[in-house]
Design a protein around this ligand. Sequence first.
Ligand SMILES: [Zn+2]
Length: 427
Amino acid sequence: MKRTLPLLLLLLSGSLAGAQSSRAALTLRNISQEAPQSRSIPMAGVTPFLAWSAVWSGEAEGLWFRFSADGRHWEPWIWTGPEIHAAELPGRTVGQLRFENAAMRYFQVRSEATVDEVVVHFFNPGPDAPATTVQEAESAELLACPCPQPAFQRRSDWCPAGNCPPNPNPSYTDVTHLIVHHSASANTAASWAAVVRSFWDFHVNTNGWADIGYNWLIDPNGVVYEGRGDNVLGAHFCGTNSRTMGVCVIGDFTSVVPTQAALDQLRNLLSWKACNINADPLSTLLHTGSGLTLNRISGHRDGVCSTSCPGNMLYPLLPNIRQNVANHIAQVCSVSDAEEAEPHAAHLHIFPNPARDIIRIEAEGMTGLAWLELVQAGSGAVLQRLLQPEAAAFDVSVADLPAGLYWLRLSSAGGEERRGVFVVLQK
Ligand SMILES: [Zn+2]
């Protein structure tokens, strides 16, 4: 974006808060046309990088900042514009979250348009936990749906100092739609956990929210981070957050695509949730909060506000992502023990899938079949049982069953049990 360099300068006259704390804010007033004056960053010992953001009042679309380690040699001016996830308030703009080299000790700011007041927030993410841990998700929902929840970093893992607390009074929601975001922030980082801590600080201390906005986040290495967590009402979908789960793929996907590791883990996460809420990932449904009929897996820009999120390179991938989730549910999520998934899936064939009236089941290599159950994903309700099929391949009528996701449980007379392939019924 080419812009004429500004004529107006904000004379920095803020007050310093908490020189040794993990966060600080400077309030700046008094627009001046004098030459830029440097101001020190009100914190020391920053690691692994400096996170900062600005909130301003007035007509400026954005502000120019630049940084220096010694107060004499300056980095190039950086334009910072409005943050796409912040609430729009008349006369007040929340700027983007930015990251700077931890060695920076001074900054300057200037504006092309009238700015009444600027509050610049600084955040020191601090050190990570000594050993990065990734929690295995609990398997309590296994009987409702064998699609495993991906392992993830809990809040206590990504925020070991404990200074990124959750909302003490969260609201809960029954999720019907899964909303994909990007963070529109840097695609490289010294520590992704530190980036998540910075998001928390930005959402709480700059945006004024009760907690980090998203339910889950995924970094470029495919690590999942617990945000608000499962079924907690988030702050991410144009103010119509009820019945949504917000997933943020960390990075800016305006001109590059996410890593394969991030996309694979996004597929796993969406498969787990879609399966557990009995949502066909290829279907659409009325989203009651927005009044829009939306894909079960939608992008932020599909909502009622104007935003480019999740970016021009990620958004067009959503049809593929929906199909990959459908395939993953049908072919991979099959048994409680992941090691057993493939041989079991290989020996159990169902077609057509998706189905409407009749499915044909081949239980290859499994003799003495005693019973079969068709289990509704999400509820875990057993909706059909067939006793003693006479052949290894047989037809099952599903004409009377409602649309949705089902999985098969097969048991032989010898006690062998197989939790098998998913069936998607479309009506
Ligand atoms: Zn978004």
